[in-house]
Design a protein around this ligand. Structure first.
Ligand SMILES: Cc1cc2nc3c(=O)[nH]c(=O)nc-3n(C[C@H](O)[C@H](O)[C@H](O)COP(=O)(O)OP(=O)(O)OC[C@H]3O[C@@H](n4cnc5c(N)ncnc54)[C@H](O)[C@@H]3O)c2cc1C
Length: 463
């Protein structure tokens, strides 16, 4: 490894870095990946997507056993075994991170353990050792954004990292931030018995998602027991023996108030992670929000230094990072790598799930684009009735003139899987009619997607 000059040296083994590394190795490059964390897989596999989804699945089963089984004629007396639930989650993480290590071996990718600092073009130092490369890729990801006045100790005041590893179910929990991470983790602990209050600065939840979906989503979560304090900002926190005391005030100003909880989760967003990366020394430029600025080929202002994933602007999602890693590897190999940012799906893995792709109604109105909306509720979908999962709807937005699909928004059981039918049609520039005329097996939740596509032209059949 000492004398190797890598074709590609990637800093960070998250979804952007490790998937980009595999694609580059497939294309014949000599690839090294520097990772400071003990296990590969980045935020996503270690403390993000994967452990949170494992806990969402376990906690949903627990909740079903209390609230859904009886309707199906199943009587069960269940008891929570949190250590086993956490152990299962850790096992899932272990299996998947080991899977990345296996893929590195398979593709002859060098895993370089340690903290990488860029020293010059073509030179990275890992814990004092110089490593040379033709091209360097920054894939260092993100960290949770701190909230002034609310210091995270990962015990009483936690980030998502602490929230996936609590040792006991808190009686009360305050989640600061009604984005997808806050709502997913809030759901987990609410299902396991915590009284959860979500405090949000804006006057709506899941900012950026379709407004109609957001309203129904909030109503459903409220029915499940979550309490929302919208239009409120947290300005200070005090930790004592009996929990955390938060100071709150209306976002627009007004009377100050105190709120107490056993655990506070700070989930106000994430910011790029570039600590001790050497960016200033080599002159890599960042934008006003701290994201690394790149051109259409993911190159920074310094030739030969590239950046992808959460560290650059765009949706902070694992699949977006992966596609950027792949596109960059292909471009460096002389191919036409490309990421279609119009079709990046976003999913909230609560129950029901919320899934979105493309433009919202609000964005289309603001852009002055004439569109038609087709909607179909799950109350009229036969599979949803069979499964007793009737909440939610599918909404398809299509160009009023061309019928081309511009966006889709789904709230309902398995929305996160369903959305891909629309993503595929959008990728090919397809229309609502294309989607409506495709086969959809009966009885499936996906028939609601077809019905919503039919509804764009006012010809839904099942309602
Ligand atoms: C709780 C939670 C749930 C999430 N759920 C989802 C989800 O369901 N779906 C989804 O798409 N996204 C989800 N995300 C977001 C997703 O995890 C990120 O978008 C994704 O991990 C970004 O990938 P990345 O490769 O850019 O960076 P990361 O995954 O953050 O990986 C970066 C890696 O770089 C390493 N690193 C940083 N600096 C250095 C250095 N100088 N030297 C060596 N190594 C370094 C870090 O240790 C890290 O392992 C979730 C995030 C969180 C926190």
């Amino acid at each position: 490894m000492a004398d190797t000059v890598y074709d590609l040296l990637i800093i960070g083994a998250g979804p952007g870095g490790y998937v980009g590394a595999i694609r580059a190795a497939q294309l014949g490059m000599k690839v090294g990946v520097i990772e400071k964390r003990a296990k590969l897989g980045g935020t996503c596999l270690n403390i993000g997507c994967i452990p949170s989804k494992a806990l969402l699945q376990s906690s949903e089963k627990f909740r079903d056993s209390q609230h859904a089984f009886a309707k199906h004629g199943i009587k069960a007396a269940v008891e929570l075994d949190l250590p086993t639930m956490m152990k299962r989650k850790d096992g899932v993480v272990d299996q998947l991170t080991k899977g990345v290590a296996f893929l590195f071996r398979k593709h002859k990718i060098d895993h370089i353990a340690g903290h990488g600092t860029i020293k010059a073009r073509g030179l990275v130092e890992v814990d004092g050792k110089p490593i040379k490369a033709k091209n360097i890729v920054i894939a260092t990801g993100s960290e949770s954004t701190p909230l002034p006045g609310v210091a995270v100790d990962e015990k009483r005041i936690v980030s998502s990292t602490g929230a996936i590893a609590l040792e006991a179910v808190p009686k009360t929990m305050i989640v600061i931030g009604a984005g997808y991470i806050g709502l997913e983790m809030g759901s987990v602990w609410s299902r396991l018995g915590a009284k959860v209050t979500v405090v949000e600065f804006l006057d709506r939840i899941v900012p950026g998602m379709d407004g109609e979906v957001a309203k129904q989503f909030q109503r459903i979560l409220e029915k499940q027991g979550l309490v929302f304090r919208l239009g409120s900002k947290v300005t200070a926190a005090k930790t004592g023996n009996d929990g955390v005391s938060l100071t709150l005030e209306p976002s627009k100003g007004g009377a100050v108030e105190e709120m107490k909880a056993d655990i506070v989760l700070v989930a106000i967003g994430r910011r790029p992670f570039v600590d001790k990366l050497g960016l200033d020394a080599v002159g890599v430029a960042r934008d006003k929000r701290g994201f690394i600025a790149v051109d259409a080929h993911y190159q920074t202002n310094v030739p030969g230094i590239y950046a992808i994933g959460d560290a650059i602007p765009g949706p902070m999602l694992a699949h977006k990072a992966e596609e950027e890693g792949v596109a960059l590897a292909e471009m460096l190999a002389g191919q036409a790598g490309h990421v279609n940012y119009e079709t990046v799906p976003g999913i909230v893995y609560t129950w029901p799930e919320v899934a979105t792709v493309g433009k919202t109604e609000e964005q289309l109105k603001e852009a002055g684009i004439a569109y038609k909306a087709g909607k179909f509720p799950f109350t009229a979908n036969s599979r949803a009735i069979c499964n007793d999962e009737r909440e939610g709807f599918v909404k398809i937005l299509a160009d009023a003139k061309t019928d081309r699909i511009l966006g889709a928004h789904i709230i309902g059981a398995e929305a996160g899987d369903m959305i891909h039918a629309v993503v595929n049609v959008m990728e090919f520039g397809g229309s609502a009619e294309d989607l409506a005329r495709s086969f959809h097996a009966h009885p499936t939740y996906n028939e609601a997607v077809r019905e919503a596509a039919l509804a764009v032209a006012g010809r839904a059949r099942q309602i």
